[in-house]
Ligand binder design. Structure first.
Ligand code: KG4
Ligand code: ZN
Length: 390
């Protein structure tokens, strides 16, 4: 059994959790002892996307309160006994840079004692570097004060692991043992990747986007339609209304549909939406619904097409879908239909709804599986904005 404190700050969610993990690659269970997550999405909405320095400031302001809340839920928030030496690792505190952040972390460490955890897991990349650094330096300050190791985890590996988890209750997730080779379709705000795993946590890249990520395209199209950030869920809602109304004459292109690679491209699709909007005079609510519907149809089709190609070429036994866009019902429906019809022997899995977006549970679970599988843990930590699975 391992108790792990996990931290995620790669983008605009600040998340801290404490999990108790046991078992191996065949039968792990993850009990959630404490979990606190704050989404900054509303704060970024006025910029129409994530604003990196605001994300950093928000992480700095929220990490201590969220860690306090998660530890409290776990029953691990124990006031330091009087007489214990006060906290003295100035190097790790200095690395926090910001005065307010330093003060809140110092006060936290001087008020509460070491919780009953074995190590700390933190996202090291990919993501926004100022945001990643905030989580990493916070993890290192806690690790230094409590004398526990801090290990860095790839955010995208976290999304893959989240797709292997099944919710038993809101406090417990169980790993569904997946058979290798495994193809992972990673669709998020920053990524559109198809990767192959022949061995656990060893990756080969099969395809990726040449320009915008799919979630970015959803967000940009939402902005063109005056829908609030993050646009993915809003586009999905509008697209569903268009389908309910039964018809849509708008057709957008399926970029790279006919090339022979598993690569994606979404910027031309976004531009096609822009030109369509320019050609229309006044936009009614129902026009917006149809445009959202036609965009989602095109995005869905390329996802299905390229995933099919990857399955045909790589013959995996499992397909997992992860990242924020994996919450999209229409994409889920179409992928499930394709796999059931054409690849009935491939086991397809999605994350539980509670874990599709960014969260700390997937980071803690990935750290545990790496550690228990004897995979090298990365203790030399620095923020890697463009980190690639390898
Ligand atoms: O994985 P995630 O939470 O953060 C990143 O690592 O990027 O993904 C966020 C992305 C955003 O672009 C958001 O608009 C998109 O996931 N998203 C969706 C849906 N829910 C979230 N896109 C389409 N349909 C959804 N239902
Ligand atoms: Zn993510």
């Amino acid at each position: 059994m391992s108790k792990i404190l996990a931290i995620e700050t790669s983008c605009d969610e600040t998340a801290v959790c404490i999990i108790d993990a046991e078992g191996g690659m065949e039968d792990s269970t993850f009990t959630i002892l404490g979990n606190a997550l704050y989404s900054q999405a509303e704060k970024h909405a006025e910029y129409g996307g994530v604003y990196p320095s605001l994300a950093k400031r928000e992480h700095q302001a929220n990490l201590v309160p969220l860690a306090t809340e998660a530890l409290q839920q776990a029953g691990f928030l124990i006031a330091k006994s009087l007489g214990l030496p006060s906290y003295g690792n100035t190097e790790a505190i200095d690395a926090l840079r910001d005065e307010g952040f330093k003060n809140s972390v110092t006060e936290f460490l001087e008020t509460y004692g070491k919780p009953d955890i074995e190590y700390i897991a933190v996202t090291k990349g990919p993501g926004l570097e100022p945001a990643l650094w905030t989580g990493i330096t916070f993890a290192q300050a806690l690790g230094a004060a409590w004398s526990v190791p801090v290990i860095g985890i790839d955010h995208m590996e976290g999304h893959i692991v989240s797709a292997l988890l099944k919710g038993v209750s809101d406090k417990e997730y169980r790993l569904t043992p997946a058979r290798l080779p495994l193809v992972a379709l990673l669709i998020s705000g920053g990524h559109t990747d198809l990767v192959l795993m022949n061995e656990w946590f060893s990756y080969e890249h099969v395809g990726s986007t040449k320009d915008d990520a799919i979630g970015e395209a959803f967000d940009k199209v939402a902005r063109l339609l005056d829908l609030a950030y993050p646009g993915g869920p809003k586009i999905a809602e509008f697209a569903a209304k268009s389908r309910e109304k039964g018809g849509n004459t708008i057709v957008f292109p399926r970029p790279l549909a006919n090339d022979t690679t598993c690569d994606f491209s979404f910027s031309g699709l976004k531009t096609a939406v822009l030109y369509k909007l320019k050609s229309m005079e006044k936009l009614s609510e129902s026009d917006k619904e149809h445009i959202a519907g036609a965009f989602e149809d095109a995005a869905r089709d390329v996802i299905v097409l390229k995933t099919r190609r990857a399955l045909e070429e790589r013959h995996p036994l499992s397909l997992v879908v992860g990242g924020g866009v994996s919450a999209n019902k229409e994409i889920q429906r179409a992928l499930t239909e394709m796999v059931q019809k054409e690849f009935p022997n491939i086991v397809l899995s999605y994350p539980p709804a509670s874990l599709t977006g960014d969260n700390a549970i997937m980071i803690g679970a990935a750290a545990y599986l790496r550690n228990s599988g004897g995979m090298p843990a990365d203790t030399e930590l620095f923020a890697q904005g463009n980190l690639r699975l390898k």
